[in-house]
Design a protein around this ligand. Sequence first.
Ligand code: NDP
Length: 294
Amino acid sequence: MKDIGFIGLGIMGKPMAKNLLRAGYRLVVYNRTASKMEEVVAAGAQPAQSNREVAEKSEVIITMLPNSPEVKEVVLGPNGVLEGARPGSIIIDMSSIAPLVTMEIAKIAQAKGVRMLDAPVSGGEPAAIQGTLSIMVGGPEEDFQACYDILRAMGSSVVRVGPIGFGNLAKLANQIIVAINIAAMAEAFTLACKAGLEPAVLYEAIKGGLAGSKVLDAKAPLVMNRKFDPGFRINLHIKDLTNVLETSHQLGVPMPLTSSVLEMMHAMKVDGHGDEDHGALAKFYEKLAQTEIK
Ligand code: NDP
């Protein structure tokens, strides 16, 4: 399959689309704000006028949007993907959304003969640029195999985790671990710094031990250098943890740590930091402890 449509050229979508072009795929793109298509069009993509037109011209349609309501609107709404998609084509939703919504959309698509995979990603903007995302895929094995090479053009790890919706279930698990790790790092560094220990020295001392992690390596330097540009916005992490709690309440699973971190993130949003990187969660602790990790 060579004709791919791509909808949603934001922080993640733009570099992912460029990697598909680099891999030799023909790409039709659409973004609500037209100016964001320019760079990808300059790199060889064909611009479309609507979500529907993207679907009409593609065998595989990729969406990379913020959350469940936007994916519903783009796929099921007027002038949307399902109006244009041919029977047999495959939608790959790579957004991080609620698993139950994924299942709902897939069912409606199936009734029109259109197949669907959910394939949310982890790794952030740097991995999107380098084509080294971790991609968690839900959907039938046959469709996964048909789309594997396309996904590998964007990610270095592409794992099918189960039926449709399970990609997003894996992503929720990923987001729980990342959020709690950031909070743990912020809590620990605030204590050490208030006592007078230099954060750079602390980082050097602990990064090779059991407390070392990819989260620590990615976020501790940013906090110490006071770099809070996104990256991954606190508002997006609030969205993911809200999807976690909706899912966990339906399944009857208590989530005491996730709930606490979500409340901290809400406080940061109210305090005007929602569009900063989730590493800015450190400021929650700094403010309460009246210290700074630097
Ligand atoms: P951005 O906000 O940068 O981009 C979102 C894209 O969705 C934009 O192209 C935007 O269009 C489009 N969009 C938003 N609302 C609508 C709508 N109602 N109709 C049509 N298009 C719409 O987000 P990211 O690229 O950062 O994130 C995308 C997804 O990837 C999210 O689910 C996020 O959780 C996930 N993700 C993000 C990571 C990150 O580090 N940023 C890491 C891993 C996953 P417009 O330009 O018009 O606003």
